[in-house]
Design a protein around this ligand. Structure first.
Ligand code: HEM
Length: 498
């Protein structure tokens, strides 16, 4: 086997050609008038080479820029046909090829992998009924619950408009004015915000989706991909030290593990809520800032994902990979979770912007089954319809959608006036209740000490006094009075719950 990072030697390499396949005479010298003369415009190969070079980049993802990924498979380990008719899940032992891209959120392409951040967990399943994309994170909740706030949230994590510097002040200003972020910020400030490797963290859908079985019964579901390598995190100090040692620590770790046949795996466990439970469950089950406590909906193991093949080319297979939250397959659909509904627009839109309207024809994005529709033309079109009809309805045998066979996933909506408003609160809905439980009941004393230390360090880096006070009195003290007092003490302030 070829050693990772080493190329194979070849005695007889092919002759270099232009992109049109025409052999060229030199890889070294431009065409000139004599050894001292000017470079000639007629050097078509040089011009092609330089022109192609300046067009090497596509626009970055708007966030989740720095990442890595690998191919693998998903295997069904339990019968789930009572909950979903998804073809790729319909038989125990069935395997579906897949791609995973794991990323950090805020930094650019050269950013250190180990900085405190959420990690993206984007999966593409190449199923027999089309590509299913499950785009989640390594945290079960999120910072905001309405897509309207999403760009503002991301702006607050990026760079300042004037200095181009990142700003903890901006981050805490946004978070403390958005109390729904408290749960996710508690997770982010814990050691889960600095995973040791991508292999040592879980992946979650975070959002709620719908499953539908062959009889048309519907269920609300959340996905939990549990690492079989075990959860391991870095301390804040370890993570910061690693930025000086290896900027690409996580990307390298995944690649090297797969190259040495140490294939990382995750067990898929589902939380499944009967359709009718949603109406009066104690938390709004479509609010992404909340978990469904496991005592209410235990996780059910149903499958296993294994990553066993590194990309042969990072740009073609990882940078150009395009995930789309709207890519559901029959048996899986969205839910009234507003974030999902907003996301169903944004990802396809981003792919069309980044790599163009025919992005789904790139090898990494194209489904394994055949595509039949009336979309045509556009930049970089590769597949085409030949002389087949380009409109529906037609008399010439073009594809025909069958409403008896396929239905849109749906749910009932009460007749209501169109408005802009918050979700209706359920009995226990409160932005601080779940992070408080996490702090008091789930975290160990060491976890709590690290949480306090991480928050204090983060709040000490250029955050204005009034925002520090808001973070203590209107945020952490409401998560837990002890937490507020400890953060205040270590910042040299006094907590007073308002
Ligand atoms: C309404 C809220 C959101 C909007 C509008 C949004 C939009 C986007 C966009 C436009 C991209 C870039 C896509 C690309 O160019 O490939 C992206 C990437 C991503 N988002 Fe979101 N997002 C939202 C919320 C979320 C949430 C809640 C999660 C996790 C549960 C998430 C996880 C990801 C991941 C993992 C990626 C990187 C995908 C990849 O590896 O290519 N996003 N998002």
């Amino acid at each position: 086997m070829k050693e990772e990072g080493k190329r194979e030697l070849s005695d007889q390499p092919p002759n270099t050609t232009t992109d049109a396949g025409i052999p060229v005479p030199s890889d070294e010298h431009s065409l000139t008038t004599g050894p001292a003369g000017p470079v000639l415009l007629q050097d078509a190969y040089l011009i092609e080479k330089l022109a192609h070079f300046v067009r090497e980049r596509v626009p970055d993802r708007v966030y989740h820029v720095k990442g890595g990924g690998a191919f693998g498979y998903f295997e069904v380990t339990a019968d789930v046909t009572q909950w979903t008719k998804a073809a790729f899940l319909n038989q125990v032992g069935k395997r579906t090829p897949m791609l995973a891209r794991i990323s950090s959120v805020a930094g650019e392409e050269g950013y250190p992998d180990t900085d405190r951040d959420v990690r993206g967990f984007a999966l593409k399943f190449y199923t027999e009924e089309g590509n299913y994309d499950m785009v989640g994170n390594n945290t079960p909740v999120f910072f905001v619950r309405d897509p309207m706030k999403f760009p503002d949230f991301i702006h607050s994590q990026e760079r300042m408009p004037d200095s181009g510097l990142r700003s903890n002040n901006m981050q805490w200003d946004f978070w403390t004015l958005s109390p729904e972020s408290a749960h996710q910020v508690t997770v982010l400030m814990s050691d889960r915000g600095t995973p040791r490797t991508w292999r040592n963290m879980n992946g979650y859908s975070s959002d709620t989706y719908m499953w539908e079985n062959a009889a048309g019964e519907k269920f609300w579901v959340k996905y939990h991909f549990k690492t079989e390598q075990g959860i391991e995190n870095m301390t804040d100090a370890e993570a910061r030290a690693m930025r000086a040692e290896d900027l690409d620590y996580h990307r390298r770790d995944l690649r090297e593990a797969i190259a040495r046949n140490d294939h990382p795996s995750w067990r898929l466990e589902m939380q499944i809520m009967p359709y009718e439970d949603a109406a009066d469950y104690r938390f709004n089950p479509f609010d992404i800032t909340k978990v469904w406590p496991h005592e209410d909906y235990p996780t059910i193991p149903i499958g296993r994902m294994v990553l066993d093949r590194n990309p042969e080319n990072f740009f073609a297979q990882i940078v150009q990979a395009g995930f789309d939250v709207a890519n559901f397959v029959p048996g899986i659909g969205p839910s009234p979770d507003r974030m999902v509904l907003g996301r169903m627009f944004a990802y396809g839109d981003s792919q069309r912007y980044r790599t163009g309207p025919n992005y789904a024809q790139l090898p990494v994005n194209r489904p394994f089954n055949e595509v039949h529709n009336y979309n045509k033309d556009g930049p970089m079109r590769y597949d085409h319809t030949g002389n087949r009809p380009v409109y529906a309805p037609n008399s010439y045998g073009g594809p025909k959608a069958d409403p008896q066979r396929y239905r849109d996933p749906s749910w009932f909506v009460e007749a209501a006036e169109i408005m802009r408003t918050a979700y209706v609160a359920h009995k226990d809905d409160n932005d601080f209740i779940q992070p408080g439980t996490l702090y008091r009941q789930v975290m160990s004393p060491t976890d709590r000490d690290h949480l306090v230390g991480n928050i204090v360090w983060h709040l000490s880096q250029g955050v204005e006094r009034f925002i520090q006070e808001r973070a203590i009195n209107d945020y952490w003290s409401k998560v837990d009075p002890d937490l507020g007092t400890r953060v205040a003490h270590d910042l040299g302030l006094v907590a007073s719950v308002r």
